[in-house]
Design a protein around this ligand. Structure first.
Ligand SMILES: C[S@@+](CC[C@H](N)C(=O)[O-])C[C@H]1O[C@@H](n2cnc3c(N)ncnc32)[C@H](O)[C@@H]1O
Length: 185
């Protein structure tokens, strides 16, 4: 199944956390598919510096490249003098460093198996800095809401996605160090 973050779900997110997303922020989508959330983020926050997608499947990555060409030609020019740059990387987001230090990370984890979800949480704790927001679907991070936790859960709200309703979990990286070791660079 290929599902996408719902556009209005992203509208709600960028509106609600507007104050916590700095100017010239970096937004990443882990498992970015054809890239729709990246283009949506660019429209919703034209002051973003970069929208970074990482997708492992060649066909989806190539389609995203075609859409990026349309974005560059038709949309970016009307988003201001310094429109967000959309970067597309093909590969496994668990292994790469393209999203290191991102300010907002979208993870459409609705059908992630538990091992992938847990590895994503561990990797995010390693490569993101305090204050970074991570948005997951269907389930939230484990290391959350206790003393020493790497994540603070800001909300868990049902929102419409492309396939129907799903719970959106918004986490904020704390200052605590990860306790578990993840993937080495
Ligand atoms: C449900 S789609 C979501 C696409 C996009 N994020 C959206 O919401 O519109 C999830 C995507 O994650 C990709 N994916 C899953 N595991 C991945 C991994 N470890 N590295 C890179 N991409 C991955 C899949 O190939 C799929 O395209």
């Amino acid at each position: 199944m290929y599902g996408e973050f719902g556009f209005m779900s992203l509208v709600a997110l960028f509106r609600k956390y507007s104050d916590q997303i700095p100017r010239r922020a970096v937004v990443a989508d882990l498992g970015s598919g054809v890239g729709r959330p990246l283009f949506a983020a660019a429209c919703l926050r034209p002051d973003i510096a970069r929208c970074v997608g990482v997708e492992k499947l060649r066909g989806l990555h190539e389609l995203a490249g075609e859409l990026r060409a349309l974005y560059d030609a038709e949309l970016a020019p009307v988003l201001g003098a310094h429109p967000p740059r959309v970067e597309l990387h093909r590969g496994d987001f668990l292994g790469g460093v393209e999203w290191r230090g991102a300010d907002v990370v979208l993870v459409n984890s609705a059908i992630f198996r538990d091992e992938l979800f847990d590895a994503t949480e561990a990797r995010a704790a390693e490569v993101l800095t305090p204050g970074a927001l991570v948005v997951t679907l269907r389930r939230g991070f484990r290391d959350c809401g206790h003393e020493g936790a790497c994540w603070e859960l800001l909300e868990a709200t049902e929102r419409r996605q492309s396939w129907g309703m799903s719970t959106v979990y918004v986490h904020r990286r704390t200052r605590n160090s990860p306790r578990r070791t993840g993937i080495e660079d």
